[in-house]
Ligand binder design. Sequence first.
Ligand SMILES: NC(=O)c1ccc[n+]([C@@H]2O[C@H](COP(=O)([O-])OP(=O)(O)OC[C@H]3O[C@@H](n4cnc5c(N)ncnc54)[C@H](O)[C@@H]3O)[C@@H](O)[C@H]2O)c1
Ligand SMILES: CC(C)CCC[C@@H](C)[C@H]1CC[C@H]2[C@@H]3[C@H](O)C=C4C[C@@H](O)CC[C@]4(C)[C@H]3CC[C@]12C
Length: 369
Amino acid sequence: MADSAQAQKLVYLVTGGCGFLGEHVVRMLLQQEPQLRELRIFDLHLGPWLEELKTGPVQVTAIQGDVTQAHEVAAAVAGAHVVIHTAGLVDVFGKTSPETIHEVNVQGTRNVIEACVQTGTRFLVYTSSMEVVGPNIKGQPFYRGNENTPYEAVHRHPYPCSKALAEQLVLEANGRKVLGGLPLVTCALRPTGIYGEGHQIMRDFYHQGLRLGGRLFRAIPASVEHGRVYVGNVAWMHVLVARELEHRAALMGGQVYFCYDNSPYKSYEDFNMEFLGPCGLRLVGTRPLLPYWLLLFLAALNVLLQWLLRPLLLYAPLLNPYTLAMANTTFTVSTDKARRHFGYEPLFSWEESRTRTIRWVQAVEGSAQ
Ligand SMILES: NC(=O)c1ccc[n+]([C@@H]2O[C@H](COP(=O)([O-])OP(=O)(O)OC[C@H]3O[C@@H](n4cnc5c(N)ncnc54)[C@H](O)[C@@H]3O)[C@@H](O)[C@H]2O)c1
Ligand SMILES: CC(C)CCC[C@@H](C)[C@H]1CC[C@H]2[C@@H]3[C@H](O)C=C4C[C@@H](O)CC[C@]4(C)[C@H]3CC[C@]12C
């Protein structure tokens, strides 16, 4: 990002810095970015763990704010050199309305871009998603594809639609003149399914397994590959991109990068068992125990129940037609674009990522007792 004369001069802003990925990005920046002077963490809900960061050499500024409020975003962005925009509503379970998802993910991103332009911030890294590409509504496989693999990206669900629109806004903003006349440099990172310490859905599966007497029942054929990437490596990619964006603006500006590492290609359930297995759970069945048509029926029933119960309570189970289609469609990535463009190598090996995640699940188990 800067030469040695600028050591400890940089101000970074991380939106969504208290989320699952955001917390890892924040901690990674503090460990790996020696040029950092101030780290601003902007989130709707600030975590208590932020307090422990305030005693280090970098000034940590916690900002409670909402990305849908343009003035709050502009105040947080003013004076920052780099913005890492991870804030978003990740909802594929019908917990929030499509309008709210759009407001946070699309309008929130628009506010971040406009704030950069108005205040003169030149570098913007956006956390996009594999879902900008797929799986699409036709359930077509994307088998070890890369950023240039042709694929029909057609969505109906509010979450992927919002991520696709937001990513487009970010990429189109590349080259816009910011206050002071210099061009904005943007790029988007597309993680596949992120796992690691703090992953709420992994926690949900773990608790479900405990409730079922230490068992989970196979629902998806083992042959369906689902792309996964360790949260520490996703965070590391964000840090590297943010650092390299200035020096390699011509190459990296307006580009998209899948987030990848050496995590193995497996089905969603078999992959989860890499962590849940050593914590005492067992996946029952070598083939799905229920036929697909029955799962689809149950998924549709869940949608109906969600709708019927809405006036009384929020019923948002893991299984719905969208999550079933996601889990049941091969979507895996094989690319080296991040290595070629900005020298990315995963910071954590698969063995380390696995060990760290297992330790975290075991700690969840310990704290639940
Ligand atoms: N989890 C995954 O598998 C995955 C995969 C690909 C991409 N992503 C993307 O990564 C980003 C982070 O996802 P995550 O899994 O850490 O989710 P998360 O829900 O744990 O974190 C999102 C953070 O954004 C904050 N936020 C939500 N609405 C906000 C608002 N209006 N104003 C300010 N902050 C707000 C939340 O409080 C939360 O701390 C998202 O943009 C998501 O689309 C996640
Ligand atoms: C059939 C059921 C028993 C299994 C349901 C699994 C389901 C909850 C999982 C499967 C795939 C998961 C998504 C996938 O890993 C990628 C992403 C992209 C990211 O941007 C947000 C999270 C999300 C949608 C995962 C959510 C949980 C899913 C649907």
